[in-house]
Design a binder for this molecule. Sequence first.
Ligand SMILES: [Fe+2]
Length: 253
Amino acid sequence: MQKPNIYLFPQLSDNYGYLVKLPHAKEAAIVDPSDLEMCEKILDLNDCSLSHILLTHHHDDHTAAVADLKKKYNAKVIGHELDDQLPNIDIPVKANEEISIFNNTYKIISTPGHTMQHICYFNQDYSILFAGDTLFSLGCGRMFEGTPELFWKSLSILKKLPKDTLVYCGHEYTHSNLLFALSIDPKNEDLITYGGWIKKQGSDARPTIPTELRKELNLNPFLRCEDEVFQKIYNSKDPVEVFKKMRLAKDNF
Ligand SMILES: [Fe+2]
């Protein structure tokens, strides 16, 4: 078993795709491909072919390049067995199943909320999480299909992963998430410090992803719905209620 290299690459306006490959390997996997040209470019740059496509959910900005990539490379597509809006799946997966890619094991974590069949892929050996649109740095995905109960439960599962987990999410939303987080947690010195780094990354045209779970547990308001600071603002001790109100506030921010 070898640690995979993960190459982040931009797609569309603010999506990220991830190329996953072992050192010196000639085959790679891509997570959530939507921009065909960028996917081909990253594969060519790494001098490799595409054997697997991992999908977190069915939104077009995570799947648009699947058909063309599959045709060109004959890659196997992995996705939730019950998500009938996904492109054709070759390897259907379900919650808690483990799949092997290049001798690395990935656990399928069911995280309904953004969509009902949203899944995350967790590499337990190296603490790598492909989080799709469930968890972002300082934020979480919009609640398109789920309920606050389901979404909070999903985030609560991710909260229990090892603290050194590196979170590779579907979008570069960190700066706008920062502005919202600061609006409800303005005195948080660690958040202010992280904000300085986020702004520097932005002005240098560098990504803020991956982010470490440890940092998100301390700074991401959507993971801190049990925190007194937010229970006071949203006038409830029930984390589901806090999450519901916080999500709504962010939608209207
Ligand atoms: Fe999405």
